[in-house]
Design a protein around this ligand. Structure first.
Ligand SMILES: O=C(O)CCC(=O)C(=O)O
Ligand SMILES: [Fe+2]
Length: 348
């Protein structure tokens, strides 16, 4: 595998996309050509429903993410939430610890992520989250973190170290994510050719990110997207994703309209609590998964924890997932438990 890290190139653009062992970093010019398109939704959308579906599918599949404007959410509300996030995260750790996620029945609350991923996507998380649930008792399962990426000390900005990435590569587990990011930048998306491209902040828009469940529902027509946050700045960064999924106990299957004789359902019916495992799509995309050296998920997993492709050193290990709505514990199996198909590697 190519292990280029562009260590001599000190331009900000190059640093922003220092490739982590993929060696496929694009030049800045190339990055801007590939930025995800802004797709107007709602009443501003043009064409028939089917044409819009195709257009969105095209962008989500080929450009990995779409950015949505004309969404009707006022800037005032977004800015108020952003301001609250700043106030919250700037409290002392002691204060935040009072509402730590580990103390919450529904695994909501403050949480530090310091996971280290190895192999093809070497990275280290450097993020604080405050996770909340829209309504823990009723569905659809909608929940979110506020994400806070503390600005880095000056001397680590130029470092080509693989550490302190921000948020390591992952897909979101739910159906789709509506993501607001501030203007700092750093969000990147993995393209089908294995290169990372920037998804730069555009004022007034949200990034819409396809999650694993929609991929299953649509029989892979909509592919969930690997993305990461690559932070190389002294400024703090904030983001607010809103994950939209299903009730934990509801079974969901591939929608019949996405199957045919030639294209039978690729996925068995499953539920969030049981089978929303993060690894099917890894095979689907043909990317190598990475190992988690330090288990970031020592807390019991809630239903909407990120679907970090975490086939760890012991691929047979089972993960406990706890449904928010009834406290039942279900077992999440890894990809390796479900199939003997070997995982594909990037650049195969
Ligand atoms: O901070 C961002 O822009 C992305 C956050 C993200 O991917 C997530 O919370 O799942
Ligand atoms: Fe995400």
């Amino acid at each position: 595998m190519n292990t280029t890290t562009h260590s001599k190139d000190k331009t900000p653009a190059a640093q922003d996309c220092i490739d982590l062992k993929l060696g496929l970093c694009r030049s800045d010019a190339s990055l801007s050509q590939h930025r995800p398109e802004v797709v107007p939704l709602g009443k501003h959308a043009k064409g028939t429903e089917h044409q819009r579906d195709d257009k969105i599918a095209h962008h989500l599949y080929h450009d990995a993410k779409a950015q949505d404007k004309n969404h009707g959410i006022s800037e005032e509300i977004v800015q108020a939430a952003h301001a609250q996030a700043k106030v919250f995260f700037h409290q002392s750790a002691e204060e935040k610890e009072k509402i730590a996620r580990s103390k919450s029945k529904y695994f909501n609350g403050w949480h530090l992520r310091r996971g280290v991923a190895s192999k093809s996507m070497n990275s280290k998380d450097n993020i604080e989250q405050f996770t909340y649930c829209y309504n823990p008792n009723y569905g659809p399962e909608v929940d979110s973190p506020f994400n806070y990426y503390p600005g880095l000390p000056e001397d680590s900005i130029t470092a080509t170290s693989l550490e302190d990435v921000g948020l390591g590569a992952h897909t979101d587990i739910q159906s789709f994510t509506i993501l607001w990011q501030d203007m700092i930048g750093g969000l990147q998306v993995l393209m089908a050719d294995g290169s990372w491209v920037k998804a730069p902040p555009i004022p007034g828009t949200f990034v819409v990110n396809i999650g694993d469940y929609l991929m299953r529902l649509s029989n892979d027509r909509f592919k969930s997207t690997f993305h990461r946050v690559f932070m190389r700045t002294t400024s703090d960064r904030y983001s607010m994703p809103f994950f939209i999924g299903f009730n934990c106990n509801e079974e969901f299957s591939v929608l019949p309209s996405y199957t045919s004789e030639d294209m039978p359902a690729k996925y068995e019916p499953t539920s969030c609590g049981e089978g929303g495992n993060s690894s099917d799509h890894v095979y689907g995309h043909g990317y190598e998964v990475y190992e988690v050296k330090e288990d970031t998920n020592s807390d019991p997993l809630g239903c909407s924890v990120h679907s970090r492709p975490e086939v760890a050193s012991n691929p047979k290990r089972e993960k406990k997932r706890t449904c928010r709505d009834n406290g039942n514990t279900a077992t999440m199996k890894t990809f390796s438990d479900l199939t003997n198909i070997p995982r594909k590697k990037i650049n195969d």
